[in-house]
Design a protein around this ligand. Structure first.
Ligand SMILES: C[S@@+](CC[C@H](N)C(=O)[O-])C[C@H]1O[C@@H](n2cnc3c(N)ncnc32)[C@H](O)[C@@H]1O
Length: 358
C-alpha cells in the first residue's frame, strides 16, 4: 500500500464517501426520471390534483404496484410531494414545468433517458474497454427516439426564433427556394420543420441509420411534404460537388467515422456563397476547461458509452462528444470556409453553433 493510502484523512474520506453515496442516489433518481417520462407519468400527474397511486396508475393506464414503487422514488427524491394523511401524491406545477412534454422550461426528463440508456449498454461498453473495439447503432435501443426528442427541444422548436437567424439572410433565401442538406439528420425533425415552412426550397436528409430514415420518410409522408427527401447514406467520404446552397448538421459531426473528412466534403458540396450551419457540443477540447461546463460529466459519459464507440465501430478515430469547440473551429477553418462565426444560444447552453460561409 502506498504511503498516501496509509495516511489518509479519515474526515476527508468520510466526507467523500457521503458525496459518492449521494451521487449513486441521484443516479437512481435520474433513471427513474427517464421512466416517468417514457411511461407518461409526469404528463399524467401534471394534469391531476393530489391523488392516490391507484388513481394515478389508472389515469396513466399503468400497473398500480409499479407506479406506487416509482412514486416512492419520486417522493424520496423530492420530485413528487406526498401527504401521509391522505396517501396522496402530487406533482406541483413548478416542478412539472421542467418534466413534461411541451413544458415551458423544456423537458429535462428527456435528457434523463441518456442516463438510462448508458446503464443499459454497460456490458457492451465493458467489452469495448476489453477489446478496444467499437459499437454499432443497433446496440442502442431507442437511441434515435431519444435523440429526436432531445434535438426537438434544442433545434426543431428553436429553429425559426433562434437557429436560422444565426445564418443572417438565410430565411429569405429559403423562402425564395434553395437546395438544403441536413447531414446526419437522424429522424429528420429539423428538416421537416423547414420543409413545411419553405415550400419553394428542396430539402435532403442523409443519415447512416436506415431505421431513423424510415421514421423520417414516414413523418414526411404523413404531412404530405413533396419537397423533402430522406436517404440512408454513409457520409464517410461524402461530397456532392457544389450541389447545396445551405447545409446543416445538428450534433452529427463528432460521432462520425471521419469528422474532418466530412467537414471538407460538406464544404465542397456547397455552392459558391453557400452557408454551413453546425450545432455540436460546446465543451472545450481541454479537459481542465470543462470542470464547470454544464452537465460535463453526463456529456463525457455519453461520449464514453455512445459517441466514441460508434465512431470507432465505423473504423473511425472516436473523436468523442467533448472534442471541443476549439477543434471544431480549427477543422472548419482548415476546410477552407471564407468565414467561421461561433455562437452560443441561451436556450441551448450545452452546444456551440458555427456559421461557416463558402
Ligand atoms: C447525435 S445523432 C444526431 C441526429 C440528428 N441530427 C438530431 O439532431 O436529432 C448523430 C447522427 O449521425 C449519424 N451518423 C453517424 N455516423 C454517420 C455516418 N458515417 N454517415 C451518416 N450519418 C452518420 C447517426 O446515425 C445519428 O443519427
Amino acid at each position: 500500500m502506498t504511503a498516501e493510502r496509509q495516511n489518509i484523512s479519515a474526515a476527508n474520506a468520510e466526507r467523500f464517501a457521503e458525496t459518492i453515496a449521494g451521487i449513486i442516489d441521484q443516479g437512481a433518481i435520474a433513471v427513474s426520471l427517464s421512466l416517468g417520462h417514457r411511461t407518461g407519468l409526469f404528463d399524467t400527474m401534471a394534469d391531476m390534483a393530489p391523488a392516490g397511486s391507484l388513481e394515478i396508475a389508472t389515469a396513466a393506464g399503468l400497473a398500480e404496484r409499479y407506479v406506487r414503487e416509482w412514486l416512492a422514488v419520486m417522493v424520496t427524491g423530492r420530485v413528487v410531494d406526498y401527504d401521509p394523511e391522505t396517501s396522496c401524491y402530487h406533482l406541483p406545477a413548478d416542478r412539472a414545468a421542467c418534466l413534461t412534454r411541451g413544458a415551458p422550461l423544456g423537458n429535462l426528463a428527456v435528457y434523463a433517458q441518456h442516463v438510462a440508456l448508458m446503464g443499459g449498454v454497460q456490458d457492451r461498453t465493458i467489452a469495448c474497454f476489453e477489446t478496444g473495439e467499437g459499437t454499432d447503432y443497433v446496440d442502442y435501443p431507442c437511441f434515435h427516439q431519444i435523440m429526436a426528442e432531445d434535438s426537438a427541444q434544442t433545434v426543431a422548436e428553436a429553429l425559426f426564433d433562434h437557429v436560422l437567424p444565426l445564418a443572417g439572410g438565410i430565411e429569405d433565401r429559403l423562402a425564395d427556394g434553395i437546395e438544403v442538406l441536413d447531414a446526419g439528420c437522424g429522424r429528420g425533425g429539423a428538416l421537416i420543420e423547414m420543409a413545411k415552412r419553405y415550400p419553394n426550397s428542396s430539402f435532403t436528409g442523409y443519415d447512416l441509420c436506415g431505421d431513423a430514415i424510415g421514421w423520417a420518410r414516414a413523418a414526411a409522408r404523413r404531412l404530405g411534404l413533396g419537397n423533402v427527401n430522406f436517404e440512408a447514406k454513409d457520409l464517410t467520404g461524402f461530397a456532392e460537388q457544389e450541389r447545396f446552397d445551405f447545409i446543416t448538421s445538428f450534433d452529427a459531426i463528432h460521432d462520425q467515422k471521419d469528422p474532418e473528412g466530412l467537414i471538407h466534403g460538406l464544404r465542397a458540396s456547397l455552392k459558391p456563397g453557400g452557408t454551413y450551419l453546425v450545432q455540436d457540443i460546446g465543451g472545450s477540447s481541454r479537459l481542465e476547461n470543462n470542470l464547470d461546463f454544464p452537465m460535463a460529466s453526463l456529456l463525457y459519459a455519453i461520449s464514453l458509452t455512445h459517441c466514441t464507440p460508434v465512431s470507432i465501430g465505423q473504423g473511425g478515430e472516436g473523436l468523442g462528444t467533448m472534442w471541443g469547440w476549439e477543434t471544431a473551429e480549427a477543422m472548419l477553418s482548415d476546410a477552407g470556409f471564407a468565414t467561421v462565426e461561433r455562437h452560443v444560444l441561451p436556450h441551448d447552453p450545452l452546444n456551440v453553433w458555427f456559421v461557416a460561409r463558402a
